[in-house]
Ligand binder design. Structure first.
Ligand code: GDP
Length: 427
């Protein structure tokens, strides 16, 4: 049984927490896209962790954690991350890395930095982890597959060829120091030796696991609105954030994905540039940011303060539809307990017309939020285990949003911990 855990919005919806919770009953957790540019925050009995590359199942002894072929694999960051959890007494996890995953090269990270410098104020807010240059090279067919690290003659030839191309850019466009091919080759040998113990034919491994009836979680990074095709292009990420891509990025048949759990946060947050229709500012935003998530809404990878907004039904309905949602996990609901009234964005006004359909980017830039205000519940709902025990106004908030987005909210998360989850059966 394969399940996907993906985001409906701009990322940071709480996918890590939901994956960590569901991983208790899973055998294998797979990262299928993205790289070390975003992070998940996970709170469990070992402490609080920010993961960037490892799947959120690594804290259980019984799970296998997989880096699929669709991931931008940064080998030094993966090694540091493994060391950082083992150093904090988490048992050494079982990790497999696809032989078809491609490697983030040191020059990808540099290109990202140089490009951000060049664009100065006009940048898209990249995390400078080399992700866009990495995926550009993958599709330009000059990327390095993990398998190629083990083919010395091929590797030497390819390093020479690619360095020649990159150095034209470094010299004439960015006016930066050139890449030394011999040094790069040494770095790749070091990468090869470090990654060797983990390399495997992941697709074949998952094929066997599916036949054996194992439970497999596909863990998405970011959310629908950052998808390069269906998101707010060009303020998007460089790999697909959709559950459908899980089949490709893990190497499994699409029809094996039986459950798609789309994570929606009870309010909105976003990082980076781009239209954010329900955004709020000033003291109202500061307070939500301070109280939000677990210890404030600041990026797990970058520490950047997140942009804040009210729940956006238009974006979330669209986000859930593109994921192919079977279940919605509605997270961080506890944080809203301080508000007397809670505005919710129920439509976009564009050129004088109200719509509930999420538009393309140029139209989105013109959209103004249509807000509806719901009463708050003014109490702490952490620790509540049954849906019926939530205050009436809180249930009304959940059910109002469920109706607006049109997908069943089957899980409500009321705290950052694994056990802070309310399962809701559909009537
Ligand atoms: P992800 O990238 O989708 O996994 O999201 P992040 O980890 O970046 O952001 C979610 C934040 O909210 C983290 O700090 C989590 O610990 C926290 N979190 C997740 N679910 C809940 C919840 O139900 N309540 C509270 N208060 N915090 C939560």
């Amino acid at each position: 049984m394969v399940k996907a855990v993906v985001g409906a919005n701009w990322g940071d919806e709480g996918k890590g927490k939901i994956t960590d919770t569901l991983a208790e009953e899973a055998d294998i957790i797979v990262r299928f896209q993205g790289g070390a540019n975003a992070g998940h925050t996970i709170v469990n009995n070992y402490g609080k962790f920010a993961l960037h590359t490892l799947p959120s199942g690594v804290f259980y002894g019984h799970t296998t954690s997989i880096i699929g072929n669709g991931v931008a694999l940064n080998i030094p960051i993966l090694m540091d991350e493994i060391a950082s959890i083992v150093n904090r007494n988490v048992p050494k996890p079982k990790i497999l890395v696809s032989d078809r995953a491609q490697v983030v090269m040191p020059y990808h990270v540099l290109l990202d930095q140089y490009e951000e410098e060049r664009l100065a104020g006009k940048s898209f807010g990249s995390t400078k982890s080399g992700i866009a240059p990495f995926y550009s090279d993958k599709y330009a067919k000059i990327g390095f597959q993990v398998s190629e690290l083990f083919e010395e003659a091929l590797l030497r030839e390819k390093v020479a060829r690619v360095v020649e191309m990159k150095n034209v850019l470094f010299e004439h466009f960015y006016h930066k120091p050139l890449i030394d091919a011999a040094e790069l080759l040494d770095t790749l040998h070091d990468y090869r030796d470090k990654i060797a113990p983990y390399v495997c034919d992941v697709s074949a491994f998952l094929d066997t696991a599916i036949k054996e009836g194992k439970t497999i979680l596909l863990e998405g990074q970011l959310g629908t609105l950052k998808d390069p095709d269906h998101g707010i292009y060009p303020m998007v990420t460089s790999s697909s954030t959709l559950a459908a891509y899980g089949a490709i990025g893990a190497g499994i048949p699409p029809y094996e994905i039986k459950q798609i759990i789309t994570v929606c946060k009870a309010y909105s947050s976003a990082v980076g540039a781009g239209a954010f229709v329900s955004e709020i500012f000033g003291e109202e935003a500061d307070e939500l940011r301070r109280r939000g998530g677990d210890g404030g809404e600041f990026g797990a990878t970058t520490g950047r303060p997140r942009r804040m907004g009210w729940f956006d039904c238009v974006a979330s309905k669209y986000g859930c539809r593109l994921q192919g949602t079977t279940d919605v996990a509605f997270t961080v609901l506890d944080v809203l307990g301080y508000l007397d009234e809670i505005p919710v964005c129920v439509g976009y006004e564009i050129d004088g017309e109200v719509t509930t359909d999420f538009p393309t980017t140029a139209k989105l830039e013109k959209a103004k939020p249509v807000l509806k205000t719901l009463p708050g519940w003014k109490c702490d709902i952490r620790g509540i285990k049954n849906y019926e025990d939530l205050p009436q106004n809180c249930r009304d908030y959940v059910e109002f949003i469920e109706e607006q987005i049109g997908y069943p909210i089957t899980m409500v998360s009321n705290g950052p911990g694994r056990e802070d989850i309310i399962y809701r059966s559909q009537s």
